[in-house]
Design a protein around this ligand. Structure first.
Ligand SMILES: Cc1cc2nc3c(=O)[nH]c(=O)nc-3n(C[C@H](O)[C@H](O)[C@H](O)COP(=O)(O)OP(=O)(O)OC[C@H]3O[C@@H](n4cnc5c(N)ncnc54)[C@H](O)[C@@H]3O)c2cc1C
Length: 357
């Protein structure tokens, strides 16, 4: 099945005609949360040179700049953005197949413009038999944003396949090409994230493997869904489908036709633990699981089901339905205004009220 690019109802569809420079554009139509007031100035730019020109001229005028991709990692206030939003609508994917790479085997080199939809790119790679990004299916947003937080999921991250990033360096006032080392990738981070706003990403180059099988599956949950042992490979299409299936089961695939899928995704990162901390953590998980599944009246499991997947409806403090799985994963659900989202992120998930029915 062809997975549609993520966009909630009313959201701007990338590629749809839009005036190139406008004022007072409501950013709600450009964020997946559907939130956000107007931008003082809004430039939709369709070429890398136009991105550079738009950013440079705003910088020269001393205007604050917000580079906008798919708007899936942004909470914009009702007041909007008092500056210039540069909406990256650049298109283009160039694929060159190489018989021999530096690593020895055959590879395919993809030069991808920043405005390409990420999930559609993954679907295309899988369809064309190119391995290396198949576990990153279903992640909303545009290709140009993927290096920012080194997008990753289900045992893969873009740092493994990105060879270079072409970007406009606002500090130096010039276009630069950074190799993987210069991108300073780490777990959900990069040089771009550590120096916010300094670089406008124009183009990302990936080196993928022309193979019908995936890269080795590292993530135990995905391996089990595929019925393979960790470290084994599986057909690319099956891996993509399994990833999308797992993500859907956790409410992690945005569907424009279903407003209930609107979510901020998982905004927690995995802790990196040393051996002693890991042992303490595993013990805490064992105790938590024992409490959760205790065979007693009103036990957690009797309402929530194993792993909180039972569809018992509860309502959060804003009266929005909060599925137990959203609390377990945990996801951001509920609250219709930017301050609600901020409160949820800043102060965590409050205990939900009991179901109304
Ligand atoms: C339901 C859901 C699931 C998600 N799942 C995952 C996941 O599994 N793994 C994961 O890593 N992330 C995940 N995310 C987070 C998000 O999808 C990624 O961070 C994505 O890369 C953001 O892309 P975007 O184009 O929407 O960026 P935006 O939201 O438009 O921008 C995010 C930030 O990047 C900057 N930026 C965007 N484009 C550029 C550019 N070309 N140059 C410079 N700066 C730029 C913006 O200024 C902003 O600071 C999820 C989000 C949601 C809503």
């Amino acid at each position: 099945m062809q997975h549609q690019p993520s966009a909630p109802p009313g959201r701007h569809v990338p590629g749809a005609p839009a005036p190139r420079a406008r004022s007072r554009v409501r950013l709600a139509s450009y964020t997946t949360l559907g939130l956000g007031g107007p931008a003082r100035a809004f430039s939709e730019v369709a070429s890398a040179q136009d991105v550079v020109d738009a950013v440079r001229s705003a910088d020269t005028a001393g205007e604050p700049v917000l580079i906008l991709g798919g708007g899936s990692n942004l909470v914009v206030a009702d007041e909007g953005f008092d500056g210039t939003v540069v909406y990256v609508a650049t298109r283009g994917i160039e694929i060159r197949r190489r018989r021999h790479s530096t690593a020895g085997g055959a590879t395919a080199v993809l030069r991808v413009q920043a405005g390409e939809d990420w999930d559609a790119l993954v679907a295309r790679c899988v369809a064309e038999g190119l391995a290396g990004v198949e576990c990153l299916a279903g992640i909303p947003g545009l290709a140009g944003a993927t290096p920012i937080q080194n997008v990753g999921a289900y045992g893969q991250e873009v740092a493994e396949t990105i060879t270079t990033v072409r970007a406009f360096d606002r500090a130096a006032g010039e276009v630069v090409t950074l190799d993987g080392a210069a991108c300073g990738f780490g777990y959900r981070t990069s040089r771009f994230k550590r120096t916010p706003g300094r670089f406008a990403v124009l183009e990302v180059t990936f080196e993928l493997y022309p193979e019908r099988l995936s890269r080795p599956i590292r993530y135990p949950e995905l391996a089990s869904a595929l019925g393979v042992a960790a470290g084994q490979r599986a057909p690319l299409g099956e891996v993509r489908d399994a990833v999308l299936g797992l993500r859907r089961s956790k409410g992690m695939v945005l569907d424009p036709a279903d407003p209930d899928t609107r979510s901020a995704g998982s905004f927690f990162t995995n802790p990196v633990l040393g051996p002693a901390q890991l042992a303490a953590f595993e013990e805490a998980v064992r105790r938590g699981h024992k409490l959760f599944t205790a065979k007693e009246e009103n036990s957690c499991v009797s309402c929530h089901g194993d792993y909180g997947r039972k569809p018992v409806l509860r309502y959060d403090v804003w009266g929005t339905v909060a599925k137990p799985a959203n609390l377990v994963e945990p996801h951001l659900k509920g609250g219709a205004r930017p301050p609600d989202v901020y409160a949820r992120v800043r102060f965590g998930i409050p205990a939900p009220r009991r179901a109304k029915s």
